[in-house]
Design a protein around this ligand. Sequence first.
Ligand SMILES: [Zn+2]
Length: 485
Amino acid sequence: MTPSLKPKLTSMKSFLCFLLFTCNLLFLHAQVFDVEPIKVTGDNDKRISLVIMGDGYTVNELDKFITDATNFSNSMFSKSPLKEYADYFNVYAIKVPSNESGADHPGTGSTYFETNWPVPTTNVDTFFNATFDSFGNHFLLFYEVDGNYANNTEAKIINVLADNFPTYDQALILVNSPYYGGSGGTFPMASTGISSDELAIHELGHSLFDLKDEYYPGDLLAAEAVNMTHVNNINNPRWNNWIGTDNVGVYQHTCSSGNCSDWYKPNTSCKMEVLNNPFCSVCKEGIIEKIHSLASPIDAYTPNNNTVDNLTFPLDFQLNLIKPDPNTLESEWILNAVSYADNVDDVSILETDLAESTNTLTAVVHDNSPFLRVDNHDSLHVYTVTWTINYSSLGVDDIESKMNNFNISLYPNPTYSILNLKFESSTSSNLKVDIISLDGKKVKSANLSSYENTQVDIGNLSQGVYVTNFYSGNVLIASKRLVKN
Ligand SMILES: [Zn+2]
């Protein structure tokens, strides 16, 4: 993928040169800037693309912007679990030049902060209009506030992204100011001051990873989330599995006003509460689950449809995986419903392994990271590649392949009676689930359709532990422990 739209427009221009007038309009409208790769680990369509734009960098300061963006990226990917999953991300920088250097500081924050954390008063013309003292908050560096240069800046940000990197997953604005400050929201903004990188990573915790603040964020922002739960759910919060480890508990929020006593958090020292601290275990798990929902660990596989050219034995099948560091991915290879190999990236199938007719080879990949506790957790990501091998006495006719992604959820767990089963997959429409007792008997079975909730009543089963097995076709792709109360 070309990181800049410029070459695309150029080729479009050569194709559509007879539409010269239209092309001129396109060029007038689009603001095309240089896009520089900061960290590229693979194809953009297989990675999460983080795009950094600068504000308050003049043309002569764009090299400094690239250095600042690189430093930010290095800082972000030194923090667990982003460190372990760094290969799931690409980072690019759009070199947006500003007319003047720095950020606005009107000096309208509270006297206490203005005095103790002094910032010179400035009023500069910058591309995205970064302004300290937004909403009267000295450290709130935001783009949509002061009247001097603000002019619907969010629309401007969206246009720059559309014209320069339309396939971004998350964008961030780095502001060329040495003073601490930043803001969250759709497009987090942070200065290059001390700890502002920490602030930006905290804000990405909201905008990219759906985490809540673990200080009380106020009644308007309080909601059920990975790391926030309502008093009604404190006996079975989403982080139930972590309670008692890594200082995870169920802690009531505190505040000076509002309904904070209705809301609870898993930790008291998470980066979502205190900058420079690590993410708590619950937030780490949430971050990894979001990464898994945005990017498959299967980067590529062979043979892929239409690339099969040499059908001689042994037949080689290979996965290219995006491995966390250390690698926590596990794979199982299943040939005609029988386990063939475990935790290898490739297998070689012999002619004697195949039945005369249609053979099915499936590789099932999931992440067994210790950061994930999926037993009681309500979400499980599984990825498969299935090859259909048509074999007869004349040899192999053809090999068809298909990749599937599944996000499976099962809740509540434990349950007294009703069990909700659901899976999301854009690539597969059906799953079968069997509930098995510990003595190996199938006690319930149900068919699931993608994106539909299916309820199974297990009220008549005796109390204890069961295993739920999820099958795609006749291949077991996931097992989860289920507790009946
Ligand atoms: Zn946390």
